[in-house]
Design a protein around this ligand. Structure first.
Ligand SMILES: [Zn+2]
Ligand SMILES: [Zn+2]
Length: 397
């Protein structure tokens, strides 16, 4: 194991340099009862008391992990953004599957660029038991402009894999690539459109799910994202770690969007390898919290935010932290973690700075620590070998 040189070297939050104290703390909970002149008699006092209780109860955290039974849930590693030689990946589809299996992943989506190949016959690489049949369809076609056929360029045939035999779940997918890149799942759309609107329509018509990939690559406004999230319920998330951390601005964009949409409309975070070659392999993991390992359970977890994600500090390192419990009370959130944790940071968006900011420290966050204008918090659990990120908790006031 080694630390990669240069850009890929694991760098902690460059974007979280600002001191915690910059963000105005929420004012102490003073619940003044207005117009007390009329509050006479026991009934009025009772009404005031009930009002105070309701006021306190109304200020609470919304838990993305509601419904997760932490005693029994399985933790299954997933990569939802992977390339093969069908587009610009280095490895054949079966090699990619085998490598993720070796690294302990249970869930994999092969998401080749829809813009690259198969233009005449758009197709996802699915099911895995038909990979060879897909290759047979392709092998006499010209692979690239001025190049040879697929058979000439590939040299060897692509092989089928049986996910059940491997103990894995295969998720059908594609990377819509002539638009802002979009991960498309649970459907066969790979149509090469240049319009995000068309892509989302095609995906919803096929009962699929979608995720915006690597937003840090682009220069889109927060309004632009918010509009798509508001109009598309099947657009469930945003990839906020890509290929280790190729676009470090991803999380700040996520937080800006969350600040606009939470608590009503969560946007779940994903960390994917965007694997094209060896040096992208197994760095990022989505840890899916599932009652059982099957595609329907994966979909439910993706829709509901029943996951956290992990980014390893070194290539090939297995996760060194496990989130084992999340307890959400009326005014606090407490995490239980397995592993040698060095720090836990709680993050929200600071509208004054238009940036992400740390507002708390440690396994428990209390409502009193959260700024008054925050509409979400999320946690980052840090150890020497990597970082685990919770989904955002909404704040209802
Ligand atoms: Zn992409
Ligand atoms: Zn990609």
């Amino acid at each position: 194991m080694r630390i990669e040189p240069g850009r890929d070297r694991f760098s902690p939050y460059d974007w979280l340099d600002s001191p915690i104290s910059q963000f105005p703390k929420k004012r102490a909970k003073k619940m003044k009862v207005k117009d007390q002149r009329s509050a006479v008699g026991s009934l009025a006092a009772f009404v005031v008391l009930v009002g105070m209780v309701l006021c306190a109860a109304a200020q609470s955290f919304l838990n993305p992990y509601e419904g997760v039974d932490w005693q029994t849930t399985g933790h299954y590693d997933a990569n939802f953004h992977t390339h093969t030689r069908l587009s610009d990946g280095r490895f054949t589809p079966h090699e990619v599957i085998d490598r993720y299996k070796e690294l302990g992943y249970s869930i994999l989506a092969l998401t080749d660029h829809d813009s690259h190949h198969f233009r005449a016959r758009p197709k996802t690489l699915y099911p895995w038991t038909e990979i060879n049949a897909i290759y047979e369809q392709l092998k006499n076609e010209r692979r690239s402009r001025g190049g040879g056929t697929w058979a000439e360029e590939e040299g060897s045939e692509w092989q089928d894999r049986d996910p059940a035999e491997l103990g894995m779940v295969a998720i059908e997918g594609s990377e819509i690539s002539n638009t802002h890149h979009i991960g498309s799942y649970f459907n066969d759309y790979a149509g090469g459109t240049g319009s995000e609107e068309v892509a989302f329509k095609e995906i919803v018509d096929r009962n699929g799910l979608a995720v915006f990939f690597h937003p840090g690559r682009y220069d889109r406004s927060v309004d632009w994202y918010v509009d798509f999230y508001e109009k598309n319920d099947h657009l469930i998330g945003m990839e906020v770690y890509n290929q280790n951390d190729r676009y470090p601005g991803d999380r700040a964009i996520w937080d800006r969007v969350l600040h606009r949409l939470m608590p009503e409309r969560p946007v779940w975070g994903f960390a994917n390898d965007d694997m094209h070659s060896n040096n992208h392999l197994g760095r990022n993991r989505n840890v899916m919290l599932l009652p059982e390992l099957n595609a329907a359970a994966v979909r439910t977890a993706m829709e509901n935010g029943h996951s956290y994600f992990y980014v390893a500090s070194q290539l090939g390192a297995k996760p060194a932290i496990k989130i084992t419990d999340v307890k959400v009370a009326a005014d606090s959130i407490a995490l239980s973690i397995e592993g040698d944790v060095t720090d836990i940071q709680w993050i929200t968006h600071n509208p004054a700075e238009d940036d992400s900011v740390v507002v708390g420290d440690g396994a428990v966050i209390d409502m009193a620590d959260v700024p008054e204008d925050a509409v979400f918090v999320r946690a980052v659990v840090i150890c020497a070998d990597g970082r685990a990120y919770t989904q955002p908790f909404g704040i209802r006031r």
